[in-house]
Structures are given as C-alpha cells and as structure tokens.
Design a binder for this molecule. Sequence first.
Ligand code: NAG
Ligand code: NAG
Ligand code: NAG
Ligand code: NAG
Length: 252
Amino acid sequence: MNTKFVVCCLFFFIVPPADCDANPFSLDKTANLFSSFMSIFSRTFRQSARIWSRDSSNFTVPTGVEEEVENISESCLTFEEHKKLANDTKNDADQLDRVLDFNKDLLRAATEIIGFTELRAVLGFSPPGPWTNSDEITYVVPANATIEEYYNAREPRHKNGILRYSLEDKQVTSAVKFLDKRFPVVRVAYKKSYKHNWNGKKKIDRKIVDDMLDLYDAVYDSIDLRTDYLTSRYKTEECKPKKDSKTKKSKT
Ligand SMILES: *[C@@H]1O[C@H](CO)[C@@H](O)[C@H](O)[C@H]1NC(C)=O
Ligand SMILES: *[C@@H]1O[C@H](CO)[C@@H](O)[C@H](O)[C@H]1NC(C)=O
Ligand SMILES: *[C@@H]1O[C@H](CO)[C@@H](O)[C@H](O)[C@H]1NC(C)=O
Ligand SMILES: *[C@@H]1O[C@H](CO)[C@@H](O)[C@H](O)[C@H]1NC(C)=O
C-alpha cells in the first residue's frame, strides 16, 4: 500500500498536468490547468481506490495486442488530419495548438466509447447511450439489481472523469468513425482482450463485470498513451503529408 502511494505521488510529480505553454486558446489558463489536473487526478484516484478495495483480477491484455497498439505511435497524423478531426476551420496562428489540445480530449472520449461499446457487446448488454459529459457515480448498487444494472452502475467509475472540453455526441461519434477508419487496431485491441479473458461460457457475475472493467482500463491506458503522443506538437510537426493524399489531388 505504501509503495502504491509513493508511486502515485511520483506520478503526479513526473507527469505535468498540461502543456503549460501550448494553450493560447484558453483565456483562463489557470482554470484549464486545474481541470486538466483534476481529470488525471480523478481517474488515477478512482483506479487506485478500486485496486485497493478488492482482490486484483488475473485478466490481462494479451501480449500480441500490446504489440499491435504500438502501430498507433508508429503512425502519425498530419496537421491537415488533425484539423479535419477537430472540425476546426478557423485558420489562424493558434490553430495548431488549439486543434491538438482539443483532439487530445476528443480521442480520449472516442477511445472510451469504443471500449465500452465492445465490452457491452461481449457481455450481451445494450450499447452505450449518447455521449454525455456527466460525471455521476453510483456508490451503492442494490443487492437485487440485475447484472446489467450492476454494470451500468459501475461503468461510470471507469470513465475519463472531467475532460477539459464539453463534447457533443456528434463530435464523439465522428471521432469514433475516424479511429475505426484510421486506427482499426483500437477496436480490435479491446475486442481481442475481452475475448481472451472471458469466453462467454461462464455465467456473468459481479466479479467478472469488475474484472472486465479493470481490463477495459488496462486496454484504455495502453491506447491513450499512444494517441496522446499523436497529439503532441513535436509528433505532428514531424509528420509529413502522404504523397497520395486527397488534399494534393483537390488542387485542380
Ligand atoms: C498500422 O495499421 C494500419 C492498418 O492495419 C496499416 O495500414 C499501417 O500501415 C500500420 N502502420 C504501421 C506504422 O505499421
Ligand atoms: C429491489 O428491492 C427494492 C426494495 O428493497 C424494490 O423497491 C425494487 O423494486 C427491487 N428491484 C428489483 C429490480 O427487483
Ligand atoms: C462541424 O462543423 C460544422 C460547422 O460548424 C457543423 O455544422 C457540423 O455539425 C460539425 N460536425 C461535427 C461532427 O461536429
Ligand atoms: C484466472 O483464474 C481463475 C481461477 O483463479 C482461472 O479459472 C482462470 O482460467 C484464470 N484466467 C486467466 C485468463 O488466466
């Protein structure tokens, strides 16, 4: 427990909560920095609380999947692609920083929704509802709740928590389409990991739901690490447009 606490503190010390100089978009940098910090904090805090409060699971991300998601960081997104993803047409000096900052949140939301969609499908539950920015958590699940009600009550604990941008459902939906097209490995990584650990033969109980949601976290973190890198200024500036890209053809 002590070790975990130290690791947790180290994490906050090493990982700066936001790109301190990369956000001219926001008028109130302090508020933005704070909410960015809170986003990381709330997620990490909830995760630690979950890990401490019960037996750990033996569900793991298969090695092959870990290797496949590496594909994301080996790829790159051009500024053009980022603009399209962010649906940002305001062509000004701040555009690069603005779209990268926005896409960071947008990709987090899309990665989250894909993970929950696939998990619900594997468990035989109904798909997630439209995107909301709400951050409500149910603490007590009645003993007579159905297993799907139990899942619905637990899922919010695994959400990103407070994102810096309020997103609309259509924005997240469009980002999901983008990921499915550009990085199909995201959906595949979740699907393979879930199926590797639960074959559907054993009856779903609360422990399996909890273990699968922890597994969701592991896959999410592994993807988020890579998509986060794609939204770094360094990575974007270094990414050259592809020769056969449509932008070039449309010059005529
Ligand atoms: C990543 O995967 C996609 C789709 O499978 C493929 O087209 C692309 O070339 C891969 N990128 C790298 C860097 O391996
Ligand atoms: C669970 O029990 C409560 C009373 O303790 C009852 O009001 C509720 O309708 C029950 N729910 C289900 C799904 O059976
Ligand atoms: C993109 O922006 C246009 C113009 O502001 C808007 O009409 C459209 O709904 C947006 N699309 C998405 C997916 O956000
Ligand atoms: C996890 O452990 C249980 C028993 O403790 C075992 O039945 C199950 O096969 C294990 N799952 C994996 C994926 O290793």
